[in-house]
Design a protein around this ligand. Structure first.
Ligand SMILES: CC(C)[C@H](C(=O)O)[C@@H](O)C(=O)O
Ligand code: SF4
Length: 480
């Protein structure tokens, strides 16, 4: 054991802690990139105004509109149709705040607008070695690049706006080693759900999860983002993956990535970031990628998951019994075959181009079931344009799905996209608590492949069965 060996987290921390933490006080961490959106910023700007403060480094902020924005086209008068006055006011307020404080906003007219966690990487603003914060829990997504990225509260948003620094205590190191290869039809989403099922929704509390091993190295950047996105659902402060050639290839040439000599210099630094051999972790977990099967949630938190055809486990306590009741799920039976009302393909977990391609590969030349409504919501205008260039929008429309404008959409149901009470939604998003997708709505978290297969079958179905003769109806019979 080398006592000076450091983990990726240790290195990121050491490089950004400008005042050391003591037993009595947290340390001061310098923040490289601050992401902001319309929901968690209004009070922070109000506070700045009240104190007569300016924004310390406006050029270090990436601002976008995503949560409250409608995903339907403008009306006949060319106006956006907001779900509520509150939603419209949030958007107008961020527009005004950005204007007044000199912040560049990816607003309605920007070709770069989209879900904050989709556009950061897309623009190359998210880079290895950075500290990245946002008033949003799924900031963990950006850890896929070897950046220390985590969610903060609205008060802290104000601190970062004013000082570009944050008071923080260092989290602990938790290594998740995954060796081998995911089987065909098994995705990064399945891996994330499987992991949360294993360690629980509080399993990562107080820790940063560093995903390691051959199975992680084999993932694309978009798959790594899906995995890191859900770290917060395991209770972790953040997720991390060491930057490697896959990371560098993804970033090179992107709008905000370093160029020329600055690129070479950045690359040299980024290569020093991976955890040293012999570095010590506070906790470690190992499993084989081959253990992961297509996985879905059956309850009302992302830790209540089950392999696609496996029986739903019996409730262990009162909250679990309540969850099964709410979901109208029977213990002892598999989820496959359960009738589906809605399918949502979108959110910062699974709305990137590879997610849309995966779903489209199953929907191509087929029709979704008559009882199902399917919403396809690209994560950004960039994803939207690329999908349209490839003709994926037409594949979705021809299959009977709705092709929408980018935004958080039905992931959070604060923008007009929501399920009706009692409706069952197979959703590629990351949260499934009671009412998340609308009052009384029942959410089943799944991969884009499972979502597409379920849309086709009209009930929860296995993507590996699509195209096999008589498969989907036989799943339905099984349930009856
Ligand atoms: C609105 C925001 C504070 C919230 C979050 O922090 O995650 C949202 O993005 C969510 O997914 O629930
Ligand atoms: S897509 Fe969903 S999880 Fe992601 S930032 Fe938006 S509301 Fe939060």
């Amino acid at each position: 054991m080398n006592p000076s060996a450091r983990t990726l987290l240790d290195k990121l921390w050491d490089a950004h802690q400008v005042v050391a933490e003591t037993a009595a006080a947290p340390g001061v961490l310098y923040i490289d990139l601050h992401l902001i959106h319309e929901v968690t910023t209004p009070q922070a700007f109000t506070e700045l105004r009240a104190r007569g403060l300016s924004v310390r480094r406006p050029e270090r902020i990436l601002a976008t509109l995503d949560h409250s924005t409608p995903t339907t086209p403008r009306d006949a008068q060319g106006q956006h149709v907001y779900a509520s006055e509150e939603a419209a006011a949030q958007v107008a307020q961020l527009e005004l705040n950005c204007l007044q404080f000199g912040i560049d906003l990816q607003g309605w007219s920007s070709e770069s607008r989209g879900i904050v966690h989709v556009i950061g990487p897309e623009l190359g603003a998210t880079q290895p070695g950075m500290t990245i914060v946002c008033g949003d829990s799924h900031t963990s997504t950006h850890g896929a690049f070897g950046a220390l990225a985590f969610g903060i509260g609205t008060t802290e948003v104000g601190h970062v706006l004013a000082t570009q620094c944050l008071l923080q205590r260092k989290p602990k190191n938790f290594a998740i080693h995954v060796e081998g290869r995911l089987a065909p039809g098994v995705t990064a989403k399945d891996l994330a759900l499987h992991l949360i099922g294993r360690i629980g929704v509080n399993g990562g509390t107080g820790h940063v999860l560093e995903y390691r091993g051959s199975a992680i190295e084999a993932l694309t950047m978009e798959e790594r983002m899906t995995l890191c996105n859900m770290s917060i659902e395991a209770g972790a402060r953040a997720g991390l993956i060491a930057p490697d050639e896959t990371t560098f290839a993804y970033l090179q040439g992107r709008e905000r990535a370093p160029k020329g000599a600055a690129w070479d210099q950045a690359l040299a630094y980024w290569r020093t970031l991976p955890s040293d051999a012999g570095a010590r972790y506070d906790r470690e977990l190992r499993f084989d990628a081959a253990d992961v099967r297509p996985t879905i949630s059956y309850g009302t938190h992302p830790g209540m998951v089950v392999a696609l055809h496996a029986p739903v486990p019996a409730a262990k306590d009162l909250p679990e019994r309540r969850a099964l009741d709410y979901m109208r799920v029977d213990a002892g039976k598999p989820m496959t075959g359960m009738p589906v009302d809605l399918v949502f393909l979108g959110s910062c977990t699974n709305s990137r181009i590879s997610d849309l391609r995966a779903a489209a590969s199953l929907l191509q030349g087929r029709r979704i079931a008559a009882n199902v409504r399917m919403l396809v919501v690209p994560g950004s205008v960039t994803v939207q344009r690329e999908a349209e260039k490839e003709g994926l929008d037409q594949v979705f429309r021809d299959a009977g799905a709705e092709w929408r404008e980018p935004g958080c959409s039905m992931c959070i149901a604060m923008n007009g996209d929501l399920a009706q009470p009692g409706q069952l939604v197979v959703s590629t998003s990351n949260r499934n608590f009671e009412g998340r997708q609308g009052p009384g709505a029942r959410t089943v978290l799944a991969s884009p492949l499972v979502a597409a297969a379920s849309a086709l079958a009209g009930c929860i179905a296995d993507p590996r069965d699509v195209g096999k003769s008589g498969d989907t109806s036989s799943t339905r019979e099984q349930a009856a």
